[in-house]
Design a protein around this ligand. Structure first.
Ligand SMILES: *Cc1c(COP(=O)(O)O)cnc(C)c1O
Length: 383
């Protein structure tokens, strides 16, 4: 029997549009000069899109390097046979050093004790531990303070077990590249890098741009850019829409598992936050809930797409299921829904579309968090 790529065991899934991902990677590559490299950020399971399949597509579409948030995320890529350089975007505990060296996953480094322990172990194992030095320029999250870079390098560079493969910083306000805050971070970074180079320290690959900086500030691309959200077809801010064309990669879909016509006045879901207003309302159940990333804060506030039109979600969203209604009125007569019919939670259905940004607005958060959430439990289907 021909196997469907749709899940056999659950009528809810995430669809990943591989061609869209490829187009987005190329759209960013097209912003770079030939010698500038692209590091694709695949942390948090590629923002919920599936790290291993996405990383393969990115590498075959021109990515030079991958970045992750945790050592385990790096190991997952290595165990899948991915050979490209991998950078962990923060400094793990020293207890991770063996794992880093064994899998050739580079840490970000900013504590001299970590750097020296990493170098010691590398020497014992007969290898060299490559690292990227994170520089704190204003985000106040991680890194060597921009005024302390020479002192840091003096403290560790004598060690033959380590090698600086890159230096980087991270912008807090890259969606406003003309603003003072961005300009100040950039100035501090440029001065710190220049000071190290003047003092003869090897800086390796110099990089600072995330998605918005890559789009808005081409003069800051340096040797490499680190693109995350944009690869997944999501804009980091409204402004970037007019600057680059990106195609959404993730859709979220389900099939109706049950349909009913409860009597007028009946309640729906925990707490009866919705009551059936008339007998012509059909209540449909789909097997997706807040444990799948469909935040409970959306209860009674979101819509889904059914047969190319919007339908209201009703009642509290449960952990694993939720309900929506079809309003059957004389002006809008529609045939009863049937179990098995397709429902779109995020994505297109005919001319209608529900975007990650719509969900983010309703939830009071950003598209990044919405996409990550859908990646938690739903099976991913690569179309
Ligand atoms: C997450 C992250 C990125 C990617 O950011 P996007 O806004 O998704 O492009 C780049 N650099 C660092 C250090 C990060 O933590």
């Amino acid at each position: 029997m021909a196997q469907s790529k749709y899940p056999d065991t659950r009528w809810a899934w995430v669809e990943i549009d591989q061609a869209a991902l490829r187009r987005n990677v190329r759209a960013f590559k097209a912003l770079l000069k030939p010698r500038q490299r692209m590091c694709c950020v695949v942390k948090a399971d590629a923002y919920g899109h599936g790290a291993v399949p996405c990383a393969r597509i990115m590498l075959s579409s021109g990515a030079d390097m991958l970045a992750v948030a945790t050592v385990n995320e790096g190991v997952e890529l290595r165990e899948a046979g991915i050979k490209a350089p991998i950078l962990v975007l923060s400094e793990p505990p020293t207890t991770a050093i063996d794992t880093l060296l064994e899998h050739n996953v580079m840490p970000s480094v900013y504590d001299p004790d970590f750097a020296l322990a990493y170098g010691e172990r590398a020497v014992q194992l007969g290898c060299v531990g490559k690292y990227h030095m994170a520089i704190e320029t204003g985000m106040n999250r991680i890194g060597v303070h921009y005024t302390d870079v020479l002192e840091f390098r003096r403290a560790i560079d004598f060690h033959r077990g380590i090698q600086c493969d890159g230096v980087f910083t991270h912008f807090a306000t890259a969606d406003e590249p003309d603003g003072w805050d961005f300009q100040l971070q950039l100035k501090r970074f440029n001065e710190a890098v220049a000071a190290m180079m003047d003092a003869g320290y090897d800086c390796g690959t110099v990089h600072c741009d995330n998605t918005p900086a890559t789009i808005f500030a081409p003069q800051t691309h340096c040797d490499m850019v680190r693109v995350g959200i944009g690869l997944y077809g999501l804009h980091p801010c409204e402004l970037s829409r007019s600057r680059i064309t990106l195609d959404p990669v993730m859709s979220v879909r389900a099939r109706i598992t049950r349909c009913a016509h409860p009597a007028m006045g009946e309640g729906v879901s925990y707490g009866f936050t919705y009551r059936v207003p008339r007998a012509t309302v059909q209540v449909c159940t789909i097997p997706i809930g807040y444990a799948d990333g469909l935040s409970r804060t959306l209860s009674n506030r979101m819509e889904v797409l059914f047969r190319g039109e919007r339908a209201r979600q009703v009642g509290n969203i449960c952990m694993d299921q939720c309900m929506f209604v079809l309003q059957q009125t004389p002006l809008h007569p529609i045939a009863d829904a049937e179990p098995g019919e397709l429902v779109t939670i995020v994505g297109r259905d005919g001319d209608a579309e529900i975007t990650m940004d719509e969900m983010a607005r309703l939830r009071g958060t950003i598209n990044y968090e919405v996409a990550c959430g859908f990646g938690m439990r739903l099976e991913k289907v690569y179309v």
